[in-house]
Design a protein around this ligand. Sequence first.
Ligand SMILES: Nc1nc2c(c(=O)[nH]1)N[C@H]1C(S)=C(S)[C@@H](COP(=O)(O)O)O[C@H]1N2
Ligand SMILES: [Mo]
Length: 416
Amino acid sequence: MTASAESRHLWKSAKAHGISRRRFLALLSAGGAAAVLAACGDWGAYDKAATPAGERAQPVSSEDKSAWFKDTVPFIRHEDKGLEARLENMQGLITPQHLFFVRNNSVSMDIDASQWRLAIEGDAVANPMQLSYDRIRNLPSRTVVSYLECAGNHRAMFDLVNGQTAKGTQWMTGAIGNAEWTGVSLRDVLIPAGITDDATSVLMIGQDAESPEGGFRRVIPVDKAMHPDTLLAYALNGDVLPKDHGYPLRALLPGWVGSSSIKWLSHIEVSSDDIWTRNNTTSYVLIGDDYPAQGEAQGEVVTDQNIKSALALPWPAELTVDSHRIHGYAHSPNGGIVSVEWSDDSGNAWHPATILEPQVQYSWARFEFAWNAQSGEHTIMTRATDTQGNTQPDAIPFNEKGYLFNQPLPHPVTVL
Ligand SMILES: Nc1nc2c(c(=O)[nH]1)N[C@H]1C(S)=C(S)[C@@H](COP(=O)(O)O)O[C@H]1N2
Ligand SMILES: [Mo]
């Protein structure tokens, strides 16, 4: 078929499905033939007939119940807010789900996937729709390997290393994990929903409750939303996404602050305007003398993470007098890690560590080096550099909520 014959054919079927000429043109310009076909097909209709989305799922927590589903023994527990991973428990590149940290702003949700729907709406979609779990799992799938890190990972170091306490969960180095995520590209649902040319922001809302705004939420710019590796994930390391990590569906934004990877996702609002919510005005914003306000935010809105490295050792660590294989993890949102250096004399002399392959996509890198432990008190520091030449700075300015601490960490080690 020629292009014009094809579009005549498309228009005929759109008209037969009660779609106006105006809406047809909007669909076509936003998402091409795929968007028109989706609007004609039973795509929307199928799922719209079902139970409406957004019904409150049951929170797990009550006075006598735990806020988590998973066994909390392997973790450092921060009240009901966080299960911090111990990097020293991790043996390889991929973090198994039972060692993967959890960060909840309310509690883990228990959602019945057969009742659940993902609603896609807003003024910048021509064809709002609701998708069932089965429908989403039927779409073309995509897998990415990526680390996921809380913006507040290393927050305790503002106090421990720089002597100034930041507000929030005092995470050490374990608010991070590295996993294989499988789902669908967010763009593959936004296009059939008829995302329009003037779409600016995409707000994702989780089904957890109890904040004044409703479910936990984060707005992202349309470019990040349309990146093929921005996922709606239903699987973690080849298994069904665990409840603590957002079952049935979560967002996964490689390289971005963990808080943008919304768990128990139930609503996506596509808007032609900027959207300001708690999580881009007062939370996940760098607030401090060095950070000017941005839009309605009280400082600089945190988007991507920054380059860091940490040792897979308890803090403080105890070792015997011996030669040890010391290992750890380094990661950057801007591409692969090209070097990690270590120092055991407060950063006077730096020595190269070995970077271990593979570093797939947005994965973190493993590194290791041999260290000849002599009895006494020591600190070991590490410093990573990525393919773009970003490296960990000697000092970073304070911000009130303690995000993005990435100075080299002076890891205390006692050798007996
Ligand atoms: N719905 C919802 N999504 C959420 C959160 C939340 O509390 N509710 N926490 C966010 C934060 S702050 C982080 S760091 C990551 C943690 O993901 P994980 O618990 O799967 O490790 O989830 C994000 N997504
Ligand atoms: Mo977070």
